[in-house]
Design a protein around this ligand. Structure first.
Ligand SMILES: NC(=O)c1ccc[n+]([C@@H]2O[C@H](COP(=O)([O-])OP(=O)(O)OC[C@H]3O[C@@H](n4cnc5c(N)ncnc54)[C@H](O)[C@@H]3O)[C@@H](O)[C@H]2O)c1
Length: 272
């Protein structure tokens, strides 16, 4: 393998935002390792990238398996001799009122959304520390930037990713490692249809979510990649970030009204 070819690993790379990131990095001549638990979609994406002149490969990797994450990332490094980017992007969504959620629900989402990001970061960090460069990009959400009722487990994982990743951004600097968190808002992907809804009518929720204007995964990926190149610690497309901050901090009453409305709209989809 040509040691000058930049290499990236993208978790949850077979669909949505991860897929768009893989395609756009391949267009920038980065060798893309697409990892996911969805093998068919991942293989198809690798073939598509190759047919368009890019370099890609699919590797099955479940982000909840710390050993698997460790060995895949190390094997890729051994083979390519360098690791330029790791995107810890795999994630699931979960609507639900807190008192309806069991510990198995919490474990499921924390294992994928949070432990998956920590496992990926740990494995990449030790390699990047040795090689003296590299960029780790962890996907959080606007739900990690402010209160997000009725998706408390999801918001918990995303707040944790923001705290973890923005803190590590400064700690990592001394080793030449760049660390960024990206916070998408409403991006049109399969996460809504595939997401979990505990004791709620998912189709009803999705109908109301999809009434709002959504960004395409391609637009979001292009927005994020441009800022990742500049090593911005936290990337969130406007107006979401500003809207959140302005409402939460400057207009607490307006914010409370908005949060009550969110609770009401989602409670209307309750199944029993
Ligand atoms: N779409 C949005 O509006 C939005 C908003 C905020 C944050 N996000 C975040 O963006 C990231 C990507 O989501 P997306 O919208 O592209 O969704 P998506 O459903 O299109 O893609 C998620 C991918 O993750 C994979 N995945 C799920 N569990 C996995 C596991 N255990 N191991 C490996 N892969 C696994 C899925 O197979 C899928 O290919 C997620 O972390 C999500 O929370 C999305």
């Amino acid at each position: 393998m040509d040691k000058y070819v930049r290499t990236t690993i993208v978790t949850g790379g077979a669909s949505g935002i991860g897929r768009a990131i893989c395609k756009q990095l391949a267009e920038k001549n980065v060798y893309v390792i697409i990892t996911d638990i969805s093998a068919q979609q991942g293989e198809e994406l690798a073939s598509e990238i190759i047919s368009q002149g890019g370099q890609a490969r699919f590797i099955f990797m479940n982000v909840t398996d710390a050993n698997e994450v460790q060995s895949v990332i190390h094997e890729v490094f051994e083979e390519f001799g360098r690791l330029d980017y790791v995107f810890n992007n795999a994630g699931i969504s979960m609507y639900g009122e807190f008192y309806h959620m069991g510990l198995e629900d919490w474990n499921k989402i924390v294992n994928i959304n949070l432990w998956g990001v920590i496992y990926g970061t740990r494995a990449a960090y030790s390699i990047m520390k040795k090689q003296g460069f590299g960029h780790i990009v962890n996907t959080a959400s606007v739900a990690g930037l402010g209160p997000t009722p009725m998706v408390t487990a999801y918001a918990t994982t995303k707040h944790a990713i923001v705290g973890f990743t923005t803190s590590l951004h400064y700690e990592a600097e001394t080793y030449g490692i760049k660390v960024t968190t990206i916070c998408p808002g409403h991006v049109d992907t399969a996460i809504y249809d595939n997401g979990h809804a505990i004791n709620l009518d998912k189709n009803k929720i999705n109908r109301s979510v999809k009434q709002r204007k959504m960004m395409s995964a391609e637009t979001f990926a292009a927005y994020a990649l441009k800022r990742i190149e500049k090593n911005v610690p936290l990337i969130c497309p406007l107006p979401f970030r500003k809207t959140m901050d302005v409402f939460f901090q400057l207009f607490p009453n307006a914010h409370r009204k908005m949060m009550r409305m969110v609770c009401r709209v989602i409670r209307e989809t309750q199944l029993d």
